[in-house]
Design a protein around this ligand. Structure first.
Ligand SMILES: [Zn+2]
Ligand SMILES: [Zn+2]
Length: 247
């Protein structure tokens, strides 16, 4: 992308990473034609966030066609419209969790399936241990078109970085775009494995609570930074496939 100094370096990098996240989300089955959103704070200097222009497929999102909106949902820069539910859901979190720069929301098929299970996500495989007692639930209230839902979204997420929107889908958030993306990757896979296991009707080995707590702690080691190594590798894949996100 030729930066005609419209964006400073920090904003440009955020725009590039966010656009990359849309292309990668499409590849990994987290897109939904034109619906849903991945958002990130525009830069540390601005109290706004970036969101996809309404009507674009995920693979059409680029660094420059992202729309900047403020925490009241007003469009600050960019052409076109936004999907208001994106502002309601993502704004609720950007508004309250300063530590989270990126919020990702998907209607992946397995995520939808688990979102309808009364007991929610079952922690069974190694890398779902990161969600052990660290995932929130938010009850469905119809389409999120009203900012009155923001408070319950905020309260339900609490201190966690992942949430199952019951009868609706998945939400993850991270300090970085790579972290939010990898959380979605692991959460969606945990859902897929759970649904696959249900279909086998066989007895399941369930890790003990102690073991899950131990493993969850391993993922919280400060040296384990989810997305740090995966994100550059994922972006190299976009480059290799000539994905146009950096315009
Ligand atoms: Zn949704
Ligand atoms: Zn969303």
């Amino acid at each position: 992308m030729k930066n005609n100094k419209k964006f400073d370096d920090e904003e440009l990098n955020n725009r590039l990473d966010l656009a990359a996240a849309y292309h990668l989300a499409d590849k990994y089955g987290f897109s939904d034609v034109i619906w849903n959103h991945i958002t990130c704070k525009t830069s540390s200097k601005k109290n706004t966030f970036l969101i996809n222009r309404f009507g674009l497929r995920y693979d059409e999102v680029t660094a420059s066609n992202l729309i900047e909106i403020d925490l009241d949902g007003n469009i600050i820069s960019g052409e076109g419209e936004i999907n208001y539910t994106g502002f309601v859901i993502h704004g609720a979190i950007h508004n309250s969790r300063e530590d989270l720069r990126c919020v990702m929301h998907s209607h992946s098929q397995a995520g939808l399936a688990v979102s309808c299970l009364k007991d929610g996500l079952e922690i069974l495989i190694q890398d779902s241990a990161m969600f052990h007692k660290r995932i929130s639930y938010h009850d469905w209230q119809g389409m999120s078109t009203n900012t009155e839902e923001c408070e319950s979204l905020r309260n339900d997420l609490g201190k966690n970085n992942a949430m199952i929107l019951r009868n609706h889908g998945l939400l993850t958030a991270g300090k970085t775009i790579g972290e939010a993306f990898m959380l979605m990757y692991y959460l969606d896979r945990a859902c897929r494995v759970q649904i696959d296991l249900l279909a086998t009707n066989k007895d399941i080995i369930k890790p003990s609570n102690n073991l899950l707590e131990f493993a969850a702690g391993q993922y919280e080691d400060p040296d384990f930074r989810l997305g740090e190594h995966e994100w550059p590798a994922l972006k190299r894949m976009l480059k290799k496939n000539n994905s146009i996100y950096d315009q």
